[in-house]
Write a protein that binds this ligand. Structure first.
Ligand code: PSV
Ligand code: MN
Ligand code: MN
Length: 387
C-alpha cells in the first residue's frame, strides 16, 4: 500500500509549487514584526533564498513577485533568477497600501481613483512582459465596515468595469486570477468575499480570467475541497494560494493546522485532473513570523508533496466500487487508509535515487547557508511585508 507506483512517482516528479517572494521578508502582526538575521534586503536576495528551497527539494522552480515591493530592473532580475536555477512566476498587484484606496480601488466611487488602480494593473502587465510571467494575481482589500456605508451593488458593477479594462490589456498568453477572501481588512462586507463572486466576475470576462483559491480565506468549517471540485469541474480554477489557518488569515505553513484537509483538497485536485495541469498554479502564500523563512518554505513544499503522495495512494477503483454499491463504511475506509499511510520513507528513498537529499530540512541545516546570509547581509533595510 505504501509503495508508490512508477506512474505515481512520475506525477510527483512533475509537481511544482511556486514560492512567494514575500515569504522571505520579515512579517508579523500589527503587534510586532521581528527582524531575523540574514533577511533579504532586496528582490535579488529573496530570489537567491527561494532558489535554496528548489535546490534541496526540486519542488519549487518558480517565484512569485509582488509589485511594487519587488520593483527592480526586471531584465536583470530575470537573469539573476535563471542563474540561480529558477524563473519568475505570478505577478501580484497591490492596491492596499495607498491612502487613495481607503474607500476602494477598482470599486471606488471616484473614476480618477479607479483609473489609478487600473493603471497599476497595467504596470503589472508591463512587468509580466519583462519577466515572462503568465499570471496576474489580483487580491482586493475592498469593502466596508458598517451596514449602509457603501452601495454594494454599485461597487460590484464598477469592479466589473475595471476588471474588463485590465483584462483587455492582457496578452494572448497571459491570464488574470481573481482571489477571494471572506473578510479583512473590511469587516462588514468585502467586494470579492467568496468563490461564487470571483467566479461570476471572471466568467463575465473570458477564458483568460480564472479564480484563485487561497486556502486560508474561508470561514471555519467551510468544505474547501468541494469548492476545489466545483472550480475544476467548471474549468475556472486558475491557482491555489496554499497556507494554513487556525483562526483567520493566519498564513501559517500549509498542512500545519489540518493535514487531513490538505489531503482532501489534493484528492479532489487529482480527481479533477488538476495535478500537473499547467492551467492550475500551485502557489504558497505564507509568512514566517517566528521561524526561519527558508526552512519554513522547505517544510511547506514537503508537506504538499507528502499529502499529494498520500492522495495518490487512494485506491480509486475500490473507492468508486464502494461508492456505487452504497457501502458507506468501505468507501470511507479506502479514503482513510490512504490518509493514514506514511509516505515519508518512500519519498526519502525516491529523493535519494534522484540525487536529492533524503531529508531536505537536514540538508539545508547542514549547508551553512543560513549562517552565511546572517554573516553577509549586514546593513541595509530588511525586506518585509509592505516593502
Ligand atoms: C492578504 O490576505 C493576502 O494574504 C492575500 O492572500 C494575497 O494573496 C496576499 O496577501 C498577497 O497580496
Ligand atoms: Mn493569498
Ligand atoms: Mn491572505
Amino acid at each position: 500500500m505504501n509503495t508508490l507506483t512508477p506512474d505515481q512517482l512520475t506525477a510527483l516528479e512533475r509537481q511544482s509549487i511556486e514560492l512567494p517572494s514575500w515569504a522571505f521578508g520579515n512579517s508579523g502582526t500589527r503587534f510586532k514584526v521581528y527582524g531575523t538575521p540574514g533577511t533579504p534586503r532586496d528582490p535579488f536576495e529573496k530570489i537567491a533564498d527561494a532558489a535554496q528551497v528548489h535546490k534541496h527539494t526540486a519542488l519549487a522552480p518558480t517565484v512569485a513577485l509582488h509589485i511594487p515591493w519587488d520593483m527592480s530592473d526586471f531584465g536583470d532580475l530575470r537573469k539573476h533568477a535563471e542563474d540561480h536555477g529558477v524563473t519568475l512566476g505570478t505577478i501580484n498587484s497591490n492596491t492596499f497600501q495607498d491612502d487613495d484606496y481607503k474607500f476602494g480601488a477598482l470599486t471606488h466611487e471616484d473614476a480618477a481613483i479607479r483609473q489609478k488602480a487600473i493603471d497599476h494593473h497595467f504596470e503589472c502587465i508591463d512587468v509580466m512582459d519583462a519577466t515572462g510571467s503568465r499570471d496576474l494575481k489580483i487580491w482586493l482589500a475592498e469593502g466596508s465596515n458598517y451596514p449602509g456605508q457603501a452601495d454594494m451593488r454599485g461597487r460590484q458593477d464598477r469592479l466589473n468595469d475595471s476588471l474588463q479594462k485590465i483584462y483587455a490589456r492582457l496578452g494572448d498568453d497571459q491570464r488574470m486570477v481573481l482571489e477571494y477572501k471572506f473578510f479583512e481588512p473590511s469587516f462588514y462586507h468585502t467586494d470579492v468575499p467568496d468563490w461564487g463572486t470571483s467566479y461570476a466576475q471572471v466568467a463575465s470576462l473570458g477564458d483568460k480570467a480564472l479564480v484563485c483559491l487561497d486556502t486560508g480565506h474561508h470561514a471555519p468549517g467551510t468544505n474547501i475541497e468541494f469548492i476545489v471540485m466545483q472550480l475544476l469541474r467548471l474549468g475556472k480554477l486558475g491557482s491555489f494560494d496554499f497556507n494554513s489557518r487556525f483562526y483567520a488569515d493566519d498564513d501559517l505553513i500549509v498542512g500545519a493546522a489540518d493535514p487531513f484537509q490538505l489531503f482532501r483538497i489534493l484528492f479532489e485536485v487529482i480527481r479533477g485532473d488538476g495535478l500537473n495541469n499547467p492551467d492550475v498554479t500551485f502557489m504558497l502564500d505564507q509568512c514566517h513570523n517566528v521561524e526561519d523563512k527558508i526552512p519554513g518554505q522547505i517544510r511547506s513544499v514537503l508537506n504538499v508533496q507528502e499529502m499529494t503522495a498520500r492522495a495518490l495512494l487512494v485506491d480509486r477503483d475500490a473507492l468508486a466500487a464502494a461508492q456505487r454499491s452504497g457501502d458507506v463504511l468501505a468507501a470511507n475506509a479506502v479514503f482513510m487508509d490512504a490518509f493514514y499511510t506514511d509516505a515519508r520513507p518512500a519519498l526519502a528513498q525516491w529523493r535519494e535515487s534522484r540525487g536529492l537529499p533524503a531529508d531536505p530540512m537536514a540538508a539545508y541545516a547542514a549547508s551553512g547557508y543560513q549562517q552565511k546570509i546572517a554573516a553577509d547581509r549586514v546593513g541595509g533595510v530588511q525586506a518585509g511585508w509592505g516593502a
